[in-house]
Design a binder for this molecule. Structure first.
Ligand code: HEC
Length: 216
């Protein structure tokens, strides 16, 4: 009898340990879970501001603070394939003197551009250069410029400013601060007829897409 009692007592005790163990393990799981949870709102905020910033930074916004001296440094990556001096030889890539403002893939006598780049048409301006230097392969799939691209927008702005100073000297585009303001001013004029009914003449649905990011 006392044996049975001991057995029962033993199992009961064992059960307590199991329960205790589960509690401890559970507690550990919650503890390890908490920091992750704290991480999510941060990501959510990133996504929130990211959707606002998803539109790439326009090159015109970066050029005013771009630095041609740094651009000359960045250009060292390009110099493996490109000369930039006036009348410089074509190498693996074409000479790039006065390329800014020139027609795409037309400029340098004797350089055999790829069909992919020739097919692009248009001119090398600040925007097209920005897109090209972000990812040559995306800009002109099939290009023979085997350069991955410059992922840092500042590097691109610096090197584009530098390129522009080598024989082109096109006027820099107006800083875009004025452009979004212009759009905002124009948008309510079009969409406003029903918005004032909601009591806020300056908050039409259209104008709001960018505003919350700024207000938060
Ligand atoms: C590995 C060699 C290589 C590197 C590095 C390289 N390029 Fe090129 N680049 C080329 C080739 C090849 C072409 C011609 C592409 C084609 O025809 O598809 C080219 C074309 C260009 C053009 C078009 C010229 C025109 O007249 O249409 C520009 C602009 C240009 N490169 C800028 C740059 C810049 C700026 C860098 C550095 C950030 C750079 N490249 C790095 C090989 C290179």
């Amino acid at each position: 009898m006392s044996d049975k009692t001991n057995t029962i007592a033993g199992w009961t005790l064992a059960g307590c340990f199991v329960a205790l163990g589960a509690t401890i393990v559970g507690g550990m799981m919650f503890h390890s879970g908490e920091p992750k949870k704290e991480g999510y709102p941060v990501e959510a905020v990133d996504e929130g501001s990211g959707s606002g910033a998803a539109a790439e930074v326009p090159i015109a916004a970066l050029l005013p603070t771009a630095d041609a001296t740094k651009g000359a440094e960045v250009f060292k990556k390009c110099a493996a394939c490109h000369t930039i001096n006036q009348g410089g030889a074509n190498g693996i890539g074409p000479n790039l003197y006065a390329t800014v403002g020139e027609a795409v893939a037309q400029g340098k006598a004797g350089f055999a551009f790829s069909d992919a780049l020739k097919a692009k048409g248009g001119k090398w301006d600040f925007d097209s250069l920005n897109a090209w230097l972000t990812s040559p392969r995306k800009f002109a799939p099939g290009t023979k410029m085997t350069f991955a691209g410059l992922s840092n927008p500042k590097d691109r702005a610096d090197v584009i400013l530098y390129l522009n100073q080598q024989g082109s000297n096109l006027p820099l585009p107006a800083a875009p601060a004025a452009a979004p303001a212009g759009k905002d001013a124009a948008a309510p004029a079009g969409g406003n007829t029903t918005a004032p009914a909601e009591g806020n003449a300056t908050a039409p649905a259209d104008g709001n897409t960018a505003a919350p990011a700024a207000k938060k």
